[in-house]
Each structure stands twice: as structure tokens, then as C-alpha cells.
Design a protein around this ligand. Structure first.
Ligand code: RP5
Length: 163
């Protein structure tokens, strides 16, 4: 684990990466180092516990966890850390992510997960929300974030065009 990673991005499977990459991409645009790992709560529970210990030691401040189907990864991460955990439900399987959404959003009281929306939009917003959390105590990051938001707003066209 990189000593400089401030955010850990975890996912249940290689098949989640194309979505979770949106979180890594936006963190990269904001100059925030992150560490991405495949760690399934069901298939690799031992790897999960070891990773969280290591991440605490390395100074990770926010966890982002994405999973599909019976998506327990964000909740299990939250059970093992007091640092913020953001959950991203992935569209997969016959229920198209509705199962993952309900698993992630419906945490028992006392073990919170901040649940984002389904899929790519949720992953991107998880990256941005992680940045907003970090920016509370990092004025330089707060400036970069404000510029990122202003640039995104400026890039929005006013007039629609035929595609
Ligand atoms: C979940 O099951 C993963 O997060 C993934 O979204 C889903 C399917 O996994 P694979 O069968 O593609 O590995 O645990």
C-alpha cells in the first residue's frame, strides 16, 4: 500500500472496475492519491480484514467500496473502521443493481455507510464526495475542488445540438 494514498477504492470483483474506475479517475484529476483493490467480502474475507488494518496504518482517510448483487462489502468495511465509508451499488445480475442498492443503503443504525447512486454516476460522485470530505481540512485541495467544479459548470453547453 502506498504511504501517500488518502483514499482506498475497494470492489468486489474485477467486473466492477470499469465502474469504480470513475472514482479513481476523478480523484486523479483532483491530485488525490488512491489505492484500488479487489477485495470481496464473501470470497476473500481474510484479505479484507488485513487490508483495512494496513490502510489504517498507511493513513487512508476515506474508503470507497463498490459491489454488486448481495453487496455487503461497504457494510463490512464500515464494521471495521471509524473512517468514512462511501458505498457504490453496481448494476449487475438479474436484479440490475437494485439488490446492491438496497443492501448498501439499508445499514443497521450505528454502522453508517454513505450510499451513492447506482453505477458510473455513483462512482464518480463517490470520488467527488471523498474529495469534499478531505478538503474540509485541506485548503489547497479545497481550491482545486472549487476549480474542478467551476470548470465542469463552464463546460456545460447552453444550446443543445443534434447528435
Ligand atoms: C459481487 O458480485 C461483485 O461486486 C460483482 O459486482 C458481482 C459479480 O461478480 P463476478 O461474478 O463478476 O465476479 O460480489
Amino acid at each position: 500500500m502506498s504511504e501517500t494514498a488518502r483514499v482506498a477504492i475497494l470492489m468486489g470483483s474485477q467486473s466492477d472496475w470499469s465502474v469504480m474506475k470513475r472514482a479513481a479517475d476523478v480523484l486523479g484529476e483532483l491530485g488525490i492519491a488512491c489505492n484500488s483493490k479487489i477485495i470481496s467480502a464473501h470470497r476473500k474475507p481474510g484479505r479484507l480484514a488485513d487490508f483495512i488494518d494496513e490502510a489504517h496504518g498507511a493513513g487512508v482517510e476515506v474508503f470507497i467500496a463498490g459491489a454488486g448483487m448481495a453487496a455487503h462489502l461497504p457494510g463490512v468495511v464500515a464494521s471495521q473502521t471509524n473512517r468514512p465509508v462511501l458505498g457504490v451499488p453496481i448494476e449487475s445480475g438479474s436484479l440490475k443493481g437494485m439488490d446492491a442498492l438496497l443492501s448498501i443503503v439499508q445499514m443497521p443504525p450505528g454502522v453508517p455507510v454513505g450510499s451513492l447512486g447506482l453505477g458510473a454516476a455513483g462512482a464518480k460522485n463517490a470520488g467527488l464526495l471523498a474529495a469534499q470530505i478531505l478538503a474540509l481540512a485541506d485548503p489547497e485541495l479545497a481550491e482545486r475542488l472549487a476549480k474542478w467544479r467551476a470548470d465542469a459548470a463552464a463546460a456545460l453547453p447552453e444550446d443543445p445540438e443534434d447528435e
